[in-house]
Design a protein around this ligand. Structure first.
Ligand code: FE2
Length: 348
């Protein structure tokens, strides 16, 4: 007997992803020819008017426009089929001013953002979300467009933290309330199951199934509800966002990968069983003493089971995992996620 088919987003002609917040800034490094990553400086060259000329060359003062990096993650993704486009904001990072200023420097069209999708309830992804939603809602209202939809997992904790070896709890600031988004003028929807997003151009996952033995959550992680902290190592409210580009495959945006980046990719592939995995971008959460032992198996399974065209690790991946991923995937399949960079995936 065949079960109900899993939702799948429409195949796109093009997918453009801009990293608005990430831990790292690195606009000088090159990537291998043919990789679909464009550095921040190149984008600014097209946006910053020349201030002078020298020897017949226009001079653009781009270094005064570089984005700010900080611990967190946010991307804007635009899908296109023919002339039709749909844009999603995936997380907003922690600080209002960082998101707002980076978005301005990158020329993000706020009015184009139809859906704001939160990966999971952690402040380094949700802290700036009310301010971002406020700005998007205002831009859309000025353009005569409908309010943005804010897509959240319903199981919202009040606050989260991780118990350290000394017994102290390292806390993240409190999570924004549903009301914070409604009062910004947004329409709030909650989803714990997979569903298509933004005109069917994207797929939002439900809770991510845990299949690998070693991707066992975040040891010591706790969630606070009504003043009570309970162990919550699995963070089952985490969701990824996926999109398929015709002839290339499925892109997986996984903000923190507490479920494990291999588990996230395996789950995404169930929705697109005949498509190869194209770009895998986000935080792989392999930094920290409790998760660093997983680096070897993660890298091996990414290579042998997932076989992505391009890996773009960023945010909470950590230097040990970045080095191990580079040893296995660079130069031809590695283009790390750094603030301000753009990935343009065009149908093959
Ligand atoms: Fe994170």
């Amino acid at each position: 007997m065949v079960g109900p088919s899993l939702p799948r987003s429409q195949a796109l002609d093009e997918l453009v992803i801009t990293v608005v917040v990430d831990n790292a800034t690195d606009t000088l490094s090159t990537v291998a020819p043919g990789l679909p990553q464009h550095p921040e400086l190149i984008g600014h060259l097209g946006r910053v008017e020349p201030t002078t000329s020298a020897d017949g060359h226009e001079c653009h003062e781009v270094f005064g426009h570089l984005c700010v990096a900080c611990h967190g993650f946010s991307v804007v993704a635009t899908g296109r089929v023919g002339e039709e486009t749909h844009t999603v904001l995936f997380d907003a990072g922690p600080y209002d001013h960082v998101w707002l200023e980076n978005a301005e420097r990158l020329g993000v069209d706020l009015a184009a953002i139809e859906v704001v999708f939160l990966s999971h309830w952690h402040w380094d992804h949700s802290g700036a979300l009310p301010a971002a939603v406020d700005a998007v809602a205002a831009a859309r209202a000025s353009a005569g467009l409908s309010p943005p939809v804010v897509d959240l997992h319903p199981d919202r904790p009040d606050q989260r933290g991780t118990k350290t070896g000394s017994g102290a709890m390292v806390l993240l600031p409190p999570e924004p309330s549903f009301e914070a988004f409604r009062s910004a003028g947004a329409e709030v929807v909650t989803h714990s199951d997979p569903h298509t997003v933004a005109g069917g151009f994207f797929l939002g996952s439900g809770s991510i199934e845990r299949r690998t033995r070693y991707e066992a959550g975040l040891i010591g992680h706790h969630s606070f509800r009504d003043g009570v902290a309970t162990p919550d190592p699995l963070i089952m409210d985490e969701r990824f966002l996926a999109a398929e580009v015709q002839g290339r495959g499925v892109t997986v945006l996984s903000a923190c990968s507490h479920a494990g980046i291999v588990n996230a990719c395996l789950a995404a592939r169930e929705h697109y069983p005949d498509a190869p995995v194209d770009l895998v971008l986000g935080g792989f959460h392999l930094a920290g003493a409790s998760v660093e032992p997983r680096i070897g198996e993660t890298v091996a399974d990414l290579a042998e089971q997932i076989d992505p065209a391009v890996l773009a690790p960023g945010h909470c991946t950590g230097w040990r995992a970045q080095a191990a991923l580079a040893a296995r995937f660079a130069p031809d399949r590695l283009a790390p996620s750094v603030v301000g960079s753009t990935y343009r995936l065009t149908a093959g």
